[in-house]
Design a binder for this molecule. Sequence first.
Ligand code: BYC
Length: 469
Amino acid sequence: MNIDYNERIPNNVDLASDRSLQRALEHWQPRFLDWWREMGPNDFASAEVYLRTATGVDAQGWASYAAVKMPDYRWGIFLAEPITERTIGFGDNFGQPVWQQVPGDLRSQFRRIIVTQGDTEPASVEQQHLLGHSCPSLYDLRNLFQVNVEEGRHLWAMVYLLHAYFGRDGREEAEELLERHSGDADKPRILGTFNEPISDWLSFFMFTYFTDRDGKFQLKSLAESGFDPLSRTCRFMLTEEAHHMFVGETGVGRVVKRTLEVMKQLRTDAPEAIRSHAAIDLPTIQRYVNFWFTSSMDLFGSELSSNAASSFANGIKGRPDEAQYQDHVCIEARYELETPEGRQDVSLRNAMNEVLRSAYIKDCEIGVKRWNMQIQRAGFDFRFTLPSPRFHRTIGVWANTPSDPHGRTVTGDEYTKRLRDWLPSDEDKGFVRDVMQRVVEPGKMAGWIAPPDRGINNLSVDYEYVRLR
Ligand code: BYC
């Protein structure tokens, strides 16, 4: 079904045929807009931004581009086309037809997972609330806003499911999604990383590289769900997610490129010299990698999780690309898990969070290799590495076990002493923030980042992607 843009809430779910659902969502819509005005990039409400908007949900030409004021963006409800005769691909109900409604006994588990997913979307917009003021270029400013409006739409995706399938509880949860706020002392966001401030662009690029990639893996495993509307929603969200990770990977790559130019020019890699030329030294970038990668690893939950086992058993949440596996039931399968007490042989179902995390780590390595290629080509010896999954963990079996980035156990004292070598210190953050002065002339780029290789949608890099008013 095509997206209907004549509706107050654009959608491809025939919302008009369900009056009470339509009314409930139209009631939520102004609250969402109030939240956007207050917590979103509110100082840019009158700016015209070259945004892409979904026009269809199929692979061909789903996007149209136009200059739009963000509060006028057409947030809506878009599900990927159904797959005919789709069956549940994993767990105890393997091979049975997928559900078009939530089974009564799985209601609270589904609700919890949809709420957790939904909570991350507005959280990220809140985290990035002030970034526009220090943008390195109009190209980057536009990308930030594109990411923000799409996270807003991902919130709509989860709110639709809550309203359409969870009755009154779902409507209440939808309200609460706008009441919790990132970093709020009383009502924080649910998952740790989404309460971390993103007050500079290096953090934004790390977040879109590492944290949005958690989104990719979580959405891929929810796209396997036996609850078909959840699967269809996540399949479409994944198409939007890809751009966010592109922003992260190319963003970090461009920072590295600029740093390498300065290193070559000065013939040194000394951090102070690089910093005095207003570029970001590679060890500082490594510390940002360490922080955002480890925080994002926590997002997969504990290595051993009865919640994860039950989500798998019940057909709620599968593994990304479940079809690649031979055994989709995993009732007897075992998993070798590294713990502080040594290797443990555990049930695979209980280790599903770890299966996802391992796949995620492999995916993270791809960008790191590319950044290292840049350094190698420039003739320098420095190499980025992903820290050990034992380092800086607050969730799971390695939480509270002080380790260095290589995964070696260290004393609490040593850990505290060395932390400034391993994670961004206040001084690092202060430097990075100071170097990021706003640049908004078309085609101009801040000195700490190289220009992108190409512009958006075949336009040139110096196109006026955001018209500030
Ligand atoms: N911080 O058995 P456990 C995205 C909680 S990103 C705080 O270890 P389980 C995006 C957990 O909720 C993708 N709490 O793991 C990216 C549970 O609490 P309750 C987001 C944490 O249950 C960028 C308890 O600890 N989507 O889309 O298997 C921009 C025990 O949990 C954390 C999803 O995560 C943490 N890091 O949970 C925008 C998918 N980790 O219920 C968007 C939905 C765990 O006992 N969520 N806890 O109070 C899930 O699938 C699962 O809930 C989890 C793992 C992946 C979070």
